[in-house]
Ligand binder design. Sequence first.
Ligand SMILES: [Zn+2]
Length: 446
Amino acid sequence: MPTLAHKIRLNPTRDQIQYFKQAAGTTRMVWNWALDTWNQQYAAGQHPNAQALKKEFNAVKYALFPWLHTIHRDAHSQPFADLGDAWQRFFTGQNDRPVFKKKGKTPDSFYIANDKLKIRNEAVRIPKIGWVHITEPLRFSGKILGARVTRQADQWFIAIQIEVSESDYRRPRTANGQEGADLGVKTFATLSTGEKIHGPQALRKDLRRIKMRQRAIGRKLEAAKGQIGLPLNAPIPKGTHLPVSHNRAKATLRVGKSHLRVVNLRQDFLHKTSNRLCRENQAIGIETLSVEGMLKNHHLAQAIADQGFGQFFTMLQYKADRYGTQIIPADRWFPSSKLCSTPGCGYLNKDLTLKDREWTCPSCGMTHDRDINAARNLHRLATETALPVATRSATDATGLGDPALDRESDFDGKVTPVRDEARPAGYKLAASGQEESCDHQRSQDL
Ligand SMILES: [Zn+2]
């Protein structure tokens, strides 16, 4: 059965927030204990595993940490499962090596198992503290699998995982189009129709504000260094705890709030755009940027990080699964920009550089906008991959398709809905299932 997650903002009381912080601190402490023990056992030539570590911990936990009685046990047992998962993902190359969690650096979070949760329209019942107000009712019905309480800046959220029925999971498309989308740094996405989708404009201003507020923290840090007699430009010796002033705490919170605003703005935009593309199309051809490779390019890095391409792909993939839409990624060798998109032409412009925003095809005389041309080629790729033989276009002079196929039959607009078809190779959903309203919370938590 498919699973979905709904992330809801909580409206906790002061005491409840206090408990949240303690539970998150417990989770962090137990994770660090488990990771440290794991590392030690590994160094000693043993084969550590999460289950055995948990048993070890359970045998001594109340003697070592008597205050654990005040925190619900899910918060101190889940870190073992999480650590096991994290190692598993590390061994399969999906994640970096698990690291220690640090207060103030790792986002606060803790887990609640399904049997301990109750939910009403206006509140959710959390063990040890009782009912906590929620800002919207749970969107899905089904079996609750568990939940994670997380913190962003000064706000608390609960992400509830629900097993939903196949029919609730599937969503109806409003149209059966095919689309090509060229993702870019200047314009977020250019569609084959010529439409250009721009990312949220507010981000730039917000990023400037964040920089300003970060400088404020820097000044408070300098003040703290002065307080303990360190010269301003001296490195902080390891293990030193600088005094945290009220104003520094406030400045940190302010940065956190600005970050949260940027994250929300960006996510809202990415959700709307990916929703729209999946809802209206049965097949989407899309340029797979090597995001990581591009992030190494420092000039592009900020722009790409702003645009959130990685997140966009994740969203597209799980939404496509729900809408029965095929995502057809063009590999990095597909000449989406260099190929003339005029039907029947297919000229390959080998001299095109990144600077050329426009070019004229010497073969057919058409002047192309670089991005729209790319989107049209991606559209053709989507059409030909999703609706093969019958709709193969006549532009296929690229050697990408099979020349034996009928070249005469140009795409005729006929559309066959493709629901529940096999996903293209190399397209994989996260093991945790699909998440509706949050970016991969799990990976943040680990
Ligand atoms: Zn041409």
